[in-house]
Design a protein. Sequence first.
Length: 461
Amino acid sequence: MTTLRGTLPPGSPDYVHLPVDIPPGTRELHVSYTYDRSPGNALDIGLFDERGFEVGGTGFRGWSGGARTEFFVRADDATPGYLPGPLHPGTWHIALGPYTVAPQGLSYEVTVTLTAGEPGETPRPVYPPTRARGRGRDWYRGDCHLHSWHSDGRRTPAEIAALARAAGLDFVNSSDHNTNAAHAHWADAAGDDLLVLLGEEVTTRNGHVLALGTDPGTFVDWRYRARDQRWAHFAREIRRAGGLVVPAHPYADCVGCSWKFGFAEADAVEVWNGMWTPDDEVALAAWDGMLVASVRDGRDGRGCWLPAMGDSDAHRDPDVVGHPQTVVLAEDLTREAILDGLRAGRSYVAESRTVSLALTVTADGGGRAGIGERLAVSSDTPVTVRLEASGVPRCSVRLVTDQGVRFTGDPLPVSGAGAVEWRTTPANSAYVRAELRHETALGPAPGAMAAFTNPVFLDPM
């Protein structure tokens, strides 16, 4: 048993790596830690093996953040959040992450216990299939921001999958903080009725980002800030692994949560996270500003706008899996098709399975486009915008363009179903998107969101 003690002063590096020598014949590494939990102190922990702890290297063996006070690693097993595998001799490193440090400093004590013996056999990872039983080209419901007990969640993958099915979801994405350890534990939770995508919530000190739908076993390092000029490299790594880059809750007010890397490398952005709160309202306004900028700058093609998404970020009870959920038009219920639909913005965000929307724009004389699509007509051609909705009782409809809110309808009936139409032209509306909001007692103030769509673009010929 070895005990490592120290004190981290304010202004310490984001990560401190404590060396631990692993001799030949080690069967198990067990680590526990305590620290001064005075107000203002928070200390995360993880592990890197003999291959090193360089950012972007191959030595990662696990991360529990501040969710656990101890963990173990063996060849045949490991604490959730950590990767089983051989304990090769050499210098390993325990990573400490002083999330916040009080003015008096943060004292810590780390106890390392090594157990000798024959190593067990490392299990061969089994990953969930990339295809489920779909309905062909259809609208599929998903929640792409979920946390299990492999990071700071309290639910197992099986429990999350059961809640996803109850919420009417067709797909989910594994997104534990700064670890890929859950990837090999989702196979039994998946099924013909539930597609499981694999990923990670890359939780940096300058914001969080979803690596969505990456190849099984993909790990994305998080130990950098915007000033380090590393983010573009890791964004490319996510895409090389087949995934999407999705900044999460970009305007959240928790320490280190707001997004500071910019959106040049993003494939989509999480506008709605969990229960609708003021930071979601800010995210929606900022996203709409990006839409306006994309059409103002006169750029065309897919690369000029970011689709919006919504996810639950559910960790534990009473967090509701599938509130909200992203509903995406995809060719089938496969990893490739779902990611293609999300990337193209053929999607809307809804508070629950009961909400269904259809937004179309039809030009006089012919031509029609739906959510995430473009309608090319002459600038003065009248078009009809039609929104059909169900599952949104007493919600009001707002149609928003690059000129702002252009249409506000009366609340829908208590049945929750209805349709509205509005006329415009490409000269007056470069895009149209829809919002459905709950009634509010504050007069003209917008109510909490029930659903919103990605835009339909009107491209003047």
